[in-house]
Every structure is written in structure tokens, then in C-alpha cells.
Design a protein around this ligand. Structure first.
Ligand code: NAD
Length: 327
């Protein structure tokens, strides 16, 4: 029996979830082609090793990720009550957003069909900085609340890049309206700015999901895809970090995963997986970071980590614009 990924509570939801989750955007082919069989094997491997959170969106691959994940969950035969399925509403293309009540209601119905399920554990407002935050407060969240009352969704979350948007919304809705915040690219080896608002999020009793542990591919040996929005100086720093990892003969995604999961204030960390091997690598990283598995390379990894953190310290404040100017 393999040692399974440990779990943490997700805010006040009552859910216990694995401290890394399966990010399914790669299943929409957004980082390169992934075959259905490989996706199914990756999903099965993840579940067997204790990963119980699967996150997708109608946006990833313009519904392909939901289709492929839905098929994989069905083919792998995962027991529906033993994993947490998360998807999103509001973003449907690079520049296509609709946060209206009728559209998000229909969106959930479409996602249920693609995912072959009768309920979604966590429904999230996707990249809310591209919409009117006041509309999200007055219309989107109440529409999702009605779906919750009907039992079609169980918990409600909000997602986006600018951290200030979370505070804007959470300060204007009654406690318990938003159960979960999903932030991305803000708690990685490159950028730890999410850390600054963790006490605020805790005061609002929301569960925190840190997505894109590898900075959407920045912290991988092959580097990010062409569409990556990071400015040139950040991309250059990440390439230098990858060269340093190479010189120390250590695995950069593993170091990045070990770094993020060490923060106990974050319930879970999403990594986008394209293959079963990537899942296994991430699980080893988590087990080592939690002291549940030993590694003969540990000292070498520590030395590499010091050098890589120095390389990335210079760009720690560097991010990129996302959303409407007023947000
Ligand atoms: P990520 O930082 O997890 O990087 C994914 C990339 O890293 C993919 O190309 C994958 O093939 C590669 N990779 C994974 N493990 C690897 C390994 N061991 N070696 C080499 N390469 C490896 O980026 P992500 O997928 O964008 O983020 C994770 C998940 O978080 C997404 O899939 C999605 O579910 C979620 N997310 C949500 C939002 C949002 O709601 N706004 C934004 C970003 C991400």
C-alpha cells in the first residue's frame, strides 16, 4: 500500500482534501496534446495515491478539459463520494465572459453533463477580475446560492489573479456566501504575495486553494507555453532557475512543489498534470516535504533551493496585469 497524500480541512466547508490537487487545465490541451488514455491513467494514479481534489473549467480547451476529465473519472471508476470535483462559471474563452445569473445557471447544468455527475462539490466564479465585481456580488453569487439550495452545487468559490479582488468581494457579502478562494501564481518559488493576505482570508473563514504551483509552466525544465503572460524579466529569471536546477541535477518542479506545500495556512495546492509520471513526482515531493518519505538527494536539493531562491528573489514582486482596469 503506498503512503497517501495527507489531507487538510478546506476552510469551513467540512471537506478534508489532499494537500495537492489535480489541476485539469492540461487535459484541455492548453499546454500541449494529452491523449484520453493518458489522462485517464493520470487521474487513476492521482486517486490511488490519495489525491482527492480535481479542478477544471469550461474555459480550459473550450470545454475539452471537462469532457476529458469527466470521461477519465467515469472510466477510472472513482467512487463519487470519495473525491471533490471543482469547476467554474463565467469564463468561456480568452475574451468571452458572462457572469449573468441565467448564463452561470446554464453553465452549471452543462458542466454536470460533461462531468457525468449530479452535483459539483465546488463551483467557482472564474477570473472575476474580467467582470463587474458588483455584478458578481449582486447577481452571480446569488444565482450560485440558488443552485446550492437545489443541491446541484455544494460549495461556492471565487478565483482570479489580482489579490485585491478577493478582499473587495469578501468585504461586501455576508459571511458564508463564499466558501473558498482560489488564487493562482501567487504562492510559488517565484512569488509568495498570497502569504500576505492569508490572515485576512482566515478571518473570513474561507478555504484557500493555491493554484499553479509551477507558475503555469514557468518552473519546469521545458519552460512555459508561448501564451504565458509573464513579462520577459520573470521568464528569464525562471529560465535561470531551471539552469541552476539542472546544474545541481535536481528536479525544479519537485522543489517548487515542496516549497509551496510547506505553508500550513493554505489548504491545498493545484498542479496541472499531463501524465501519470508527473502525478507520481508531485506525490513524492509532498511526502518528502511532510517528512513521510526520505530521499538520498535531500542535501543536494537544499543547496539548489538556496541558489534558486536567490535567483528568483529579484523578480518576487513581478506579476502581470489581468482583467478590467477598474479591478
Ligand atoms: P502549473 O503551474 O500547475 O503548471 C502546469 C504545467 O506543468 C503543465 O505543462 C504540466 O504538464 C507541467 N508539469 C506538471 N508536473 C510536471 C513535472 N513534474 N515536470 C515537468 N512539467 C510538469 O499550471 P496550471 O495547470 O495552470 O495550474 C494548476 C491548476 O490550477 C490548473 O490546471 C487549474 O485547474 C487551476 N488554475 C485555476 C486558475 C483560475 O481559476 N483562474 C488559474 C490557474 C490555474
Amino acid at each position: 500500500m503506498p503512503i497517501k497524500v495527507p489531507t487538510r480541512p478546506l476552510g469551513s466547508t467540512g471537506l478534508e482534501i489532499s494537500i495537492i490537487g489535480f489541476g485539469a487545465s492540461p487535459l484541455g490541451n492548453v499546454f500541449g496534446d494529452v491523449h484520453q488514455d493518458t489522462a485517464t491513467e493520470a487521474v487513476r494514479t492521482a486517486f490511488d495515491l490519495g489525491i482527492t481534489l480535481f479542478d477544471t473549467s469550461p474555459f480550459y480547451g473550450l470545454t475539452k478539459s471537462e469532457d476529458v476529465l469527466g470521461q477519465a473519472l467515469r472510466d477510472a471508476g472513482l467512487p463519487r463520494d470519495q473525491f471533490v470535483l471543482a469547476t467554474k462559471v463565467g469564463r468561456y474563452g480568452q475574451d468571452t465572459f458572462d457572469f449573468s445569473g441565467p448564463r452561470v445557471t446554464r453553465s452549471v447544468e452543462e458542466s454536470l453533463e460533461r462531468l457525468h455527475t449530479s452535483y459539483i462539490d465546488l463551483i467557482q466564479v472564474h477570473d472575476m477580475e474580467f467582470g463587474s465585481l458588483d455584478q458578481i456580488i449582486a447577481e452571480t453569487l446569488p444565482a450560485l446560492q440558488r443552485l446550492k439550495e437545489k443541491g446541484l452545487v455544494r460549495h461556492i468559490g471565487i478565483t482570479g489573479l489580482p489579490l485585491a479582488c478577493f478582499q473587495y468581494v469578501l468585504d461586501r457579502v455576508p459571511c458564508g456566501t463564499v466558501d473558498v478562494v482560489l488564487s493562482y501564481c501567487h504562492y510559488t518559488l517565484c512569488d509568495q504575495s498570497l502569504g500576505r493576505i492569508l490572515p485576512y482570508l482566515e478571518s473570513k473563514a474561507v478555504g484557500v486553494i493555491n493554484a499553479s504551483v509551477l507558475g503555469m509552466g514557468l518552473l519546469t525544465p521545458h519552460g512555459p507555453p508561448a501564451w504565458h503572460p509573464a513579462p520577459a524579466e520573470l521568464q528569464a529569471a525562471a529560465r535561470a532557475a531551471a539552469r541552476a536546477a539542472d546544474a545541481h541535477a535536481v528536479d525544479l518542479p519537485k522543489l517548487a512543489t515542496m516549497f509551496s506545500v510547506a505553508n500550513p495556512g493554505i489548504a491545498t495546492h493545484l498542479i496541472g498534470f499531463s501524465t501519470p509520471d508527473q502525478v507520481r513526482n508531485a506525490v513524492h515531493a509532498v511526502l518528502q516535504a511532510q517528512g513521510l518519505e526520505e530521499n538520498a538527494q535531500a542535501e543536494q536539493e537544499e543547496r539548489a533551493m538556496v541558489e534558486i531562491r536567490e535567483i528568483l528573489a529579484g523578480t518576487a514582486q513581478v506579476t502581470w496585469p489581468s482583467g478590467l482596469p477598474e479591478n
